[in-house]
Design a protein around this ligand. Sequence first.
Ligand code: GFB
Length: 309
Amino acid sequence: MNKGDRIYVAGHRGLVGSAIVRRLETDGFDHLVLRTRSELDLRRQDQVDRFFEQERPDYVFLAAAKVGGIYANNAYPADFIRDNLLIQTHVIDAAHRAGVEKLLFLGSSCIYPKQAPQPMTEECLLTGPLEATNRPYALAKIAGLEMVRSYRRQFGFRGIAVMPTNLYGPHDNFDPETSHVLPALLRKIHEARAAGAAEVEVWGTGQPRREFLHVDDLADACVFLMQRYEGELALNVGVGDDVTIRELAELIAGVVGFEGKLRFDASKPDGTPRKLLDVSRLHALGWRARISLEKGVADTYEWFRRRAT
Ligand code: GFB
């Protein structure tokens, strides 16, 4: 990737896309091609084709996707499978036909089998049944990985894919119903402290384990891999370490300064018991996450508070 290249970041208003844009701008890439959802509906093939014919980007970061937490995945399964299949199919195909130099597709760690041995290596893909709460999303993402791989094999198209673990950071969705656990708890605990509440409800048993990667680290890895990686295998991107949901809630309570009680509601789903990525391949390539969970949560809380006030 050269400084003068035209780089299209699909989904630049989202958690991942906005972090990739920040990273590219810091590195001096100033020919970014960006479109909001109202300017370009990626679910419409005619619009996507026209956009690629007119703009002819050299590189594409495909970070546009319908995403959400455990509740949203469960409640809107049709939206998750339809929107993701449409977006990725249109963008990958149009990028190939418009002669894009290279494309990076984002998968997700939830596409690995529910009972995969931990930490999960890249090879465990498609070796067992998926977690039911996010199967539609996971299947769409698996189709995207296969599409990138197939276009590489049949057409020599330089598509690569990365498999990020659970992400967090600025520009995340903080809606308590549809968001992921980390922003949901930051908001709930912040509001509980402001209201002087005695307790906060945390979904599930608190026992599932999750790995959390700051999105600025992910953006750094994406730019690194776009420049250095050319393999067929979708590479795991994570920190290599996980915490229980209880530990996460306690950490957030500490950052926010909430001294009340955490009440676990076991009638809500736990989802996958554990999701920890094996990041040996990425480490061997020379990349490591740098932002600790403590610092990342504190910074994200600062961002949330500035935005909320
Ligand atoms: O982040 P999360 O929604 O998604 O939930 P997954 C992780 C864990 O946190 C679950 C618990 O065990 C939840 O029950 N949890 C506790 C909460 N309190 C809350 C809360 O207030 N809100 C939320 N959302 N969770 C998603 C997938 O799985 O992860 C997606 O559904 C995607 O497809 C994403 O892959 C990365 O980690 O379980």
